[in-house]
Design a protein around this ligand. Structure first.
Ligand code: CP3
Length: 340
């Protein structure tokens, strides 16, 4: 069905003629075209809730950058909102929750999100699939339960997420209660994404790195494993736990297909630890501030280190808004032109 199924083949460990490439935050401010579409909405949340606009910016990187996959334009924070905890997106600052989770009563009041609560994302997926017309696969996503809990308790971004971590240390039972509610909501949501056309799912554990190894297994990986088990029965699943490369081996024991890597891990070491699962990553986004020659050389070195099979080329985290579009295009073109 799909004209370009490199991403799916790589996720399933099948032979590919070259590594597929896409970039986290490819639907974003690096593209002037994104900024123009975003200007049509009153604010970020209205933008996310307008399926026509969301579909438009989802497809832009496919047309403009030539990437091998689209990722649905949305945000991980739609889950807390669907559970009854709305967020705001403050320009140039980031997310903010007017109310946060503090007590058992707060957790009891949260609902388990149903796919109907997120119908605007489902509509965006349907529109995107139609307009993509099977050119490339569509990636669906959700935040990892721990990262979602971190925002629900902290109320905003944070360097340390110490309030959220305080909750894990002082109220571990409540933390598990909340994590299970988020997990159940996320499974409902992701099943809806898959039923409406998402070809692969990525879990973003953006704040895994604030946890100790032990706490990562107890409060994060356990719940991502549940999601991988449920969703992996239908489509490939990628687990991206930023700054938790010590956990590659344990992540590889879940039902995920792909393991996302940030730039702090050596590709050869990651390959040794991953039990033959497909790896995704891991160029430093700041590489794209370098001159063209450096970008080409470093990208080619990365491609050689990971090898052609069981590999999805990406950055180690999202694109920064001030990276030049031409540099992003150079990265993508370098991957597509590389001969092994
Ligand atoms: O292209 C894509 O990757 C798809 C779209 C996408 C967005 N957010 C759009 C967005 C995805 C996959 C996300 C996930 C997301 N959102 C994560 C996990 C990934 C990661 O980066 O670790 C997190 C932690 C969030 C929460 C969030 N949303 C933050 C902290 C911010 C503000 C940061 C900033 O760069 O301003 C957002 C806003 C956001 N989500 C933007 C985009 C394109 C920028 C907002 C804008 O257009 O003004």
């Amino acid at each position: 069905m799909l004209k370009n199924d490199l991403l799916l083949k790589a996720s399933l460990g099948k032979d590919v003629e070259r590594a597929p490439v896409w970039l986290m935050r490819q639907a974003g401010r690096v593209l002037p075209e994104y900024r123009a579409t975003r200007a049509k909405a009153k604010n970020f949340i209205e933008f996310v809730k307008t399926p026509e606009l969301a579909a438009e910016v989802t497809i832009q990187p496919v047309d403009i950058l030539g990437v091998d996959a689209a990722i649905i334009f949305s945000d991980i924070l739609v889950i807390p909102e669907a559970m009854g905890l709305p967020y705001e997106m403050i320009e140039a600052k980031g997310p903010f929750f007017p109310t946060t989770i503090k007590t058992k009563n707060d957790i009891d009041k949260l609902k388990i999100a149903q796919v109907e609560d997120l119908d605007y994302v489902i509509k965006a997926i349907q529109l995107t699939k139609k307009e993509l017309n099977n050119r490339v696969p569509l990636i669906g996503f959700a935040g990892a339960p721990f990262t979602i809990l971190a925002y629900m308790i902290e109320g905003s971004g944070s360097k340390t997420f110490s309030k959220a971590k305080q909750f894990l240390y002082t109220e571990p039972k409540l933390a598990h209660l909340l994590l299970q509610k988020i997990t159940n909501s996320t499974i409902n949501y992701l099943k809806g994404q898959v039923a409406n056309g998402a070809d692969i799912i990525q879990l973003f554990d953006s704040w895994a790195g604030v946890l100790s190894e032990k706490m990562f297994y107890e409060f994060s990986l356990k719940y991502m494993a549940q999601i991988a088990e449920e969703i992996g029965a239908h489509v490939p699943v990628t687990i991206f736990a930023k700054d938790a490369h010590y956990a590659i081996e344990k992540i590889s024991q879940t039902k995920c297909n792909n393991i996302g890597l940030d730039w702090t891990i050596n590709p050869l070491l990651a390959k040794k630890l991953s039990n033959g699962k497909t790896l995704q990553g891991n160029a430093d986004p700041c590489l794209l501030y370098a001159d063209d020659e450096t970008i080409v050389n470093e990208t080619q070195a990365m491609l050689l280190a990971f090898g052609k099979q069981n590999y999805i080329c990406n950055l180690g985290h999202g694109l920064y808004p001030d990276i030049e579009k031409s540099k992003v295009k150079l990265f993508v073109d370098t991957v597509k032109a590389f001969t092994y």
